[in-house]
Each structure stands twice: as C-alpha cells, then as structure tokens.
Design a protein around this ligand. Structure first.
Ligand SMILES: NC(=O)c1ccc[n+]([C@@H]2O[C@H](COP(=O)([O-])OP(=O)(O)OC[C@H]3O[C@@H](n4cnc5c(N)ncnc54)[C@H](O)[C@@H]3O)[C@@H](O)[C@H]2O)c1
Ligand SMILES: [Zn+2]
Length: 466
C-alpha cells in the first residue's frame, strides 16, 4: 500500500557523546564506590552512576574523566556515560574516531490503520499499546506483548522487563512499536539497548507530530525528572495511520494539538496555528483525516528540518524544540511525583505561555506575539488550569516558585552554571528564535523567575473557572 504522504528524515552526528565538553568531571574512587553500591538495587548495573551524576549536578555538556580510575574496572561507568542524558563525552575514550554517522529514514503517513498492520509477521517482536488494540483487525503477530501505555511505561524497570521478554521470545532482530509517545520512547530504548532495529507506529497525535520524529528515546529517572536516561537511536522507519486518532480522549487530542502548535510558533506557520486552535473546540482531524494530511505533514517537517541540521544537539539548534519545555517538563515532573500525571502537551502549553511572559519581561518577546499566543492558548489553559494546580500542588503558596525552580534544576540537561541560573528558549515573535553569540539558550536568574512566576500564576488563577 503506498503512503498518503511521505517525509524523508535525515540525520547526522559525530557518534554518541562526541560533543566538545564545556568542562570535565573527574570521577573519584569514592564516587565510584557509592555508584556501584547504589546500582545493586537497580535493574541495570550502571544506574547508580546516573544518580551520583545527578547528585553532582553534571549536565550533558560536562565530560566524564575516568583518568583516576584503575584501567579495566570501569565498565559500568562507561555504560552510564553512554546513557546519561543521552550520552556524555568520555576521557579517555575507547573510541578514537570522530567520524560522522549519518542516515535517513522514511516517515510515511496513511489514513487507514490497516496500512500499518502486519498481514503475517512471525519474525519481529511487536510491542502494542493496549489502547491501540481496538483498531486491530485480524490475528495478532506471533511475537507480541501488549502493554498499558502512558507515562508509567517510561521507567528503567519497564525497559528491563521488555528486554527480558525479548530474550524469552528468542531475541528477534527487529521490533515494531505501536503506541503513544511514552511507549515509543520506552520500547525504542529497550530495542536500542538490545542492539535491535525498530519501526515506530505512533497512535497518538502527539507521537505522530513530535515523539516519533527525531531519534530521541529514553525513560524517566525518579526523583530526577523526565528523560534523564536514554539515547539517540533512529528507527528503520515510521508509519503513522491517522485512523488511530479516532479513539483518543479529548485531553489526549488537546495535548497533541498543543505540541503541534509549538512547531507552528517556531516555524512561523501562523495560519496553521489558527487552524489547529480551531480544532480545540471540535477536533475534525479524524472525522475526515485525509483533509488534514498536508497540515500534519508540514508540522512534522518543522521538526525534521531541525533534526537534519542538529540531530544530537551539537550545534544547539535542536534546543529550539524545547520551547515551552523548561517549565512544561517541571510541571509534568511535579505531577508525576504526586502520582497525578498531566498530559505532556498540556504542560507544554502552560510552558509556552510562561516562556513568552518571561521573554517579555526580559524585553525579548514582542508584546503583540505574547498577546496573540495567549489568545490562542488561554482557552486550553483555562480548561486545564484547575487540574494542573491540583496535580502539581501549585497555586496558593509563595513557595511555589522555589519548588518549580528546584524541579527545573533537577531536569537540567545542559549548561552547568550552578543553582541561580537556568537556561530558556525564547521566541521574539512568529518563527523568530532568540539567538545570541552564546547560542539559542538564554540565562534566567532565580529572582526574575520567581517574580514572573508569581504574576503568571495570578493570570492562571484568574483563568480558572470558579
Ligand atoms: N522522543 C521524543 O522526541 C518526544 C517528543 C515529544 C514527547 N515525547 C514523550 O511522549 C510522551 C507523551 O506521549 P503521548 O502524548 O503520545 O502519550 P502516551 O503515550 O502517554 O499515551 C497517552 C494515553 O493514550 C493511550 N493511547 C495511545 N494510543 C491511543 C489511541 N489510538 N486511542 C486511545 N488511546 C490511546 C495510551 O495508552 C495512554 O493511556 C511523553 O513522555 C513525552 O516526554 C517524546
Ligand atoms: Zn514535547
């Protein structure tokens, strides 16, 4: 069956962790011994190092120097470096090659779900999100595992289970992963750790427009926040069928639309943003999905074009995709910690409005753009603000800003600059990223964050229906 739309996604990188470190951390024998002892209760023998690295506040641009360790004793620390924040540079490196790795894969969009189902497949391992099963027609593949999707699958314990299932099923060389962004992130990471190839078959809007484009996979590491452990691992291909969207809950639809909006702001696709926002009230995507193929393909292309230029965050351009995520991830992590998860895209919508609010205070973001985005997004913020405040426990206390700041520091993956500064992506206006000689990230001080969070929080409270 030929695809209704096709997109070629290209990437190149210099191998894992081969970015130029801004500084080095020299691992000591004492730190190694703490890490090894912490690993005992973890599913992988190298996980203790990730906890120690987080405790030490190591960011992705900090290389790991192993010179003080005895040669041949640091297998686990090497593996930890490969998986910490998707890969840190090692010294001494066993890989002397700085060769560039490159590749490409096809992202195929179909309308009908039948297009992505196997006729007969006795070879590959299928990991299937239980919710997507309702669309299944015919018999299930011989080697399959059905999982309850959602953020809960993004754990190292789940990855370890998946690898065990893969072993029990005879170690097939290829995985097909059918599900939302969470399942795709987790199972793709398990496939990568198993040395297998994989195909992604996204079943949520968010996974289609974002999570399945770009080669990031991985899981969360409590209490440290989202996506602390993972890798850059590219699928053999992506096949999205819009027919899956018909069974999504309203909030999952809204979540996907918010993430798609992020791309329209970054790329300056104003008309697409207006169309997407008109879908908040009555999403038509799945009633006649074929009608919206062009808009969705254009949306995926925004991310694909960034990936083509900076797949592994080496030049820094890829950071722009984190627009709205500095606060968004912190909100999401607080909600997860309280076992009341909030949908990723909804948290990002709050994060986008707050980034603009903060950007305006820094005289970076144009007031007209702030107002226009608020007009587009405030109906969604109003709809979910009560739930957000309850889920995160934010909303009443003056300690909220400090709590959020701590979470942002916990989540921090790049730029090591202590406890008083965090880095943000700002847009000046439609399609216009704030960029200085320092790159795409702008430093924000804790005191400014606190005052701006308080004024933004008041806006949210005012939006919240009584
Ligand atoms: N790797 C990346 O580059 C990237 C980018 C963006 C987001 N993400 C990650 O994606 C995750 C969010 O993904 P998501 O929004 O797809 O949510 P999700 O995968 O958590 O799924 C949400 C819910 O929808 C259900 N579901 C899946 N398909 C369905 C269908 N067709 N019909 C009905 N229900 C269905 C799932 O079982 C789950 O209960 C977050 O963890 C986020 O960090 C990753
Ligand atoms: Zn996102």
């Amino acid at each position: 069956m030929s695809a209704d739309r096709r997109l070629l996604i290209s990437w190149h990188s210099q191998g894992y962790g081969q970015m130029e470190p801004k500084k080095w951390h020299t691992w000591t024998a004492a730190q190694v011994s703490i890490a090894e002892s912490q690993s005992v209760k973890e599913p992988f023998p190298w996980v203790g190092y990730l906890h120690v690295a987080k405790q030490l506040g190591l960011t992705r641009d900090c290389g790991w120097d192993l010179c003080q360790l005895l040669p041949g004793t640091h297998m686990n620390v090497r593996q930890a470096a490969q998986n910490y924040l998707r890969g840190c540079t090692l010294k001494p490196s066993v890989r002397q090659d700085f060769e560039t790795f490159r590749g490409s894969y096809l992202y195929e969009v179909y309308v009908e779900t039948a297009a992505v189902m196997p006729r007969v497949d006795n070879q590959a391992l299928w990991i299937i999100d239980r919710h997507a099963l309702k669309h299944w027609s015919g018999s299930l593949p011989l080697l399959h595992l059905i999982l309850k999707g959602g953020e809960g699958v993004k754990s190292l314990a789940q990855v370890a289970d998946l690898i065990q299932v893969w072993r029990k099923k005879g170690q097939p060389r290829h995985w097909n992963i059918l599900g939302g962004g969470s399942l795709c992130d987790s199972a793709a990471y398990a496939a990568h750790l198993s040395g297998c190839t994989f195909t992604l078959l996204p079943t949520t809007l968010l996974a289609m427009v974002d999570a399945c484009v770009g080669g990031k996979c991985g899981v969360n590491l409590p209490p440290w926040g989202k996506n602390i452990v993972g890798a850059f691992a590219y699928p053999q291909g992506v096949k999205a069928a819009l027919g899956f969207l018909s069974s999504l809950s309203t909030v999952e639809v809204h979540s996907g639309l918010c993430e798609a909006l992020k791309h329209t702001f970054i790329a300056g696709l104003r008309e697409d943003a207006q169309t997407i926002c008109s879908w908040f009230a009555r999403p038509p995507v799945w009633e006649k999905p074929g009608l919206h193929l062009d808009l969705l393909a254009r949306n995926c292309k925004v991310k694909a074009e960034v990936i083509a230029q900076d797949a592994t965050e080496q030049s820094g351009l890829r950071h722009c995709l984190n627009y709205g995520h500095t606060l968004g991830h912190a909100l999401e992590s607080l909600a997860i910690a309280r076992q009341q998860p909030m949908e990723h895209g909804i948290c990002v919508a709050f994060g986008i409005c707050f980034a603009n609010h903060l950007g305006a205070a820094l005289q970076i973001t144009e007031p007209d753009f702030v107002t226009e985005v608020e007009t587009l997004l405030f109906p969604i913020l109003a709809r979910y603000s009560r739930r957000l405040l309850v889920s995160t426990g934010l909303g009443a206390s003056s300690a909220d800003a400090a709590q959020l700041w701590r979470q942002i520091l916990h989540d921090k993956k790049k730029r090591a600059t202590g406890e008083t500064i965090t880095h943000w992506i700002f847009l000046r206006t439609w399609g216009c990223l704030q960029h200085t000689s320092e790159g795409y990230l702008t430093a924000v001080e804790a005191s400014l964050f606190a005052t701006q969070w308080q004024s933004f929080q008041q806006k949210i409270v005012q939006l919240t229906p009584c």
